[in-house]
Design a protein around this ligand. Structure first.
Ligand SMILES: *Cc1c(COP(=O)(O)O)cnc(C)c1O
Length: 377
């Protein structure tokens, strides 16, 4: 029998903990010893630090997870029942779940097959001429999928013409830039997930949203805790979606390492690019003016199952993000409205894409091993 071959995991959130274990353990002890566990000093400090990291004049508000961050933005903007919110089918199902949580109706558009981001031309078309039978379009959610910024210039122009705000789903794009501008500061408001595998990950659930609209930020801070501006006084209809103190303390340790982690992801991506030169697989595109942060390094193969099996035999774990687009999931199929392109590119991508291991803690030896396995394909 062959010796069992150890597989390099496609994602490894534990490695992110081990890399900073003494600091994280000290921060957790500090939060636990404080005797204050929800919406205290750690959460307030994380909000200040995250807002400052995004840019001047940006207010960050912590919440329970990235899905809630999107739903809270919509609630804060008064977008719910009787409103359509446009996004893509090629995303984490969370984007669409958040729209329905807020009570709004999703309209799902197709993607650009090169960047996997929303097709800006289809967006302009539906904003100019909305499909019949849906409530009025009140917001657009651009998903910077895999860490590649959407083509926000034309999207913002189309939104401006229609008088509709653009919200950024930055769950996979902490630190990405477009023409030098920080992703999450370009639209009206932005939602970030802090799920453990994200570029900035808690060791549990967490989310944060950001906006330069201070009035919106203030309203959302109240909505996330029963609509309270003052203890026991609900001046708005609220929910409960809070970032806890232990996670906030952990995130404060990890935030100063985020830029270096993204740089490491880019270096790993460059190594994969070189190894793929001449192969029939299609590597991830980078549009002009984009600084990608490689939440995932996603390839296309016309023979995906065999390619993934060959990589596994070489000790390389892979994943699929995501195997079934939202409009084909049984909870949504036939019920959710689609744009004129009927999400055809999203359907095709889902059958061809797969993701290589990608996290800053991959060692040089592991990256070299993966590159050799790619070259053998
Ligand atoms: C992870 C993710 C979310 C949801 O975040 P949670 O923290 O899991 O709720 C939303 N949108 C995208 C694109 C994501 O990748």
């Amino acid at each position: 029998m062959n010796a069992p071959i150890s597989i390099i995991a496609q994602a490894d959130p534990g490695a992110g903990y081990r890399a900073l274990k003494p600091e994280i353990d000290a921060a957790v002890a500090r939060a636990l010893n404080s005797g204050w566990y929800i919406l205290g000093q750690e959460g307030a400090a994380f909000e200040r630090e995250y807002g400052a990291w995004l840019g001047e004049g940006i207010r960050a508000v912590g919440c329970a997870n990235g899905t809630d961050a999107i739903a809270l933005i919509l609630r804060g903007m008064g977008i719910g029942e009787g409103a359509t919110v446009v996004t893509v089918s090629h995303t984490a199902v969370a984007t669409v779940a958040a729209i329905e949580m807020a009570g709004a109706t999703p309209l799902l558009l197709d993607i650009d097959p090169d960047t996997y981001c929303m097709d800006a031309d289809e967006l302009a078309a539906v904003l100019a001429d909305p499909p019949p039978g849906i409530p009025p379009i009140r917001a657009v959610i651009a998903v910077h999928i895999y860490g590649h910024p959407c083509d926000l210039g034309p999207m913002l122009e189309a939104c401006g013409r229609a008088g509709v705000p653009l919200i950024e789903d930055c769950a996979q794009a902490h630190g990405a830039r477009l023409d030098g501008a920080m992703i999450g500061t370009i639209g009206h408001a932005a939602a970030f997930s802090l799920y453990p595998t994200k570029n900035l990950g808690a060791l549990g659930d967490g989310g944060v949203l950001a906006t330069a609209d201070l009035e919106l930020a203030e309203r959302i801070s109240a909505i996330r805790q029963y609509g309270w501006r003052e203890r026991y006084v609900s001046s708005l209809v609220g929910v409960n979606s809070r970032l806890d103190e232990v996670q906030a303390a952990i995130l404060r340790v990890k935030l100063p390492h985020l830029d270096a982690g993204n740089a490491r992801r880019r270096a790993i991506a460059a190594a994969y690019d070189s190894a793929l030169a001449g192969a029939s697989l299609i590597p991830p595109a980078r549009a002009q003016g984009v600084e990608h942060v490689f939440h995932q390094y996603v390839l296309r193969s016309d023979d995906r199952a065999a390619t993934m099996a060959r990589l596994k035999a070489e000790g390389v774990g892979t994943g699929i993000h995501y195997p079934v687009p939202v409009h084909e999931q049984s909870a949504y199929a036939g019920r959710v409205a689609l744009g004129p392109a009927a999400c055809a590119e999203a359907s095709r991508a889902a059958t061809e894409i797969f993701s290589l291991p990608m996290y800053p803690e991959l060692t040089d030896a592991q990256v070299e091993h993966i590159c050799l396995a790619i070259e053998k394909l």
